[in-house]
Design a protein around this ligand. Structure first.
Ligand code: C5P
Length: 205
């Protein structure tokens, strides 16, 4: 029987780290749905039509090494405003969510649109300044030439686009558990998420 953990939240809130840790803890599969949008954005930047790219994504597209750059993030959030692109990616995400060993999906619209019936829904967030600081440290560690100011501006621009778009805007589902990680360590945030899943998976544990 499938069991789905749906995790939404803004850029650099810690969704990826939390999702990977939850999946590893419970032996579930994990899908970072942002990668789908980043891969489509990368193909559009190379001259392809966005809807064609979304309909023909391959595992190789998702394995590209250039999907974690600020440019790829910006391209993703631009093509993610297009309803036909989003529609083309729905079935893949829903099939993944039904994998028999259970699945953790993280993104922007997982609780609200892709898996509204998920057994567990989390909204992971943190203040824009803290998210920008975390993303800055991550990008500097990868050797990318960025400034704190440019990373904060990117985070704010992406928030505005993701929260302001007409189709599937980023919003906490009314029944999602909100996890504000602003003043949490990674270990605390992961423990809180695992606890939320455990309460549903093994009530009374
Ligand atoms: O999560 P990540 O930062 O990799 O996502 C990149 C962009 O892809 C987001 O800013 C958002 O515009 C888009 N996205 C989305 N819906 C998702 C996941 C990502 O619109 N489920």
């Amino acid at each position: 029987m499938s069991f789905t953990v749906a995790i939404d939240g803004p850029a650099a809130a810690g969704k990826g780290t939390i999702s990977r840790a939850v999946a590893a803890h419970f032996g579930m599969q994990h899908l970072d749905t942002g990668l789908l949008y980043r891969a489509v954005g990368a193909r559009v930047d190379a001259g392809e039509d966005a809807v064609t790219a979304a309909r023909t994504l391959t595992p190789n597209d998702l394995a590209r090494s250039d999907l974690r750059t600020p440019a790829a993030a910006a391209a993703a959030s631009r093509i993610a405003t297009r309803p036909e692109v989003r529609e083309a990616l729905v079935e893949f995400q829903r099939s993944f969510a039904r994998l028999p060993q259970g699945a953790v999906l993280d993104g922007r619209d997982i609780c609200t649109v892709i898996c509204p019936d998920a057994e567990v829904k989390l909204y992971v967030t943190a203040s824009p300044e803290i998210r920008a600081e975390r993303r800055y440290a991550e990008l500097v560690e990868k050797g990318l030439d960025v400034t704190r100011q440019s990373v904060l501006e990117d985070v704010l621009a992406r928030d505005a686009r993701d929260m302001g778009r007409a189709d599937a805007p980023l919003v906490a589902a009314p029944d999602a558990t909100v996890l504000d990680t602003s003043s949490m360590s990674i270990a605390q945030a992961v423990a809180a998420a695992i606890d939320a899943v455990t309460r549903v998976k093994t009530p009374g544990a």
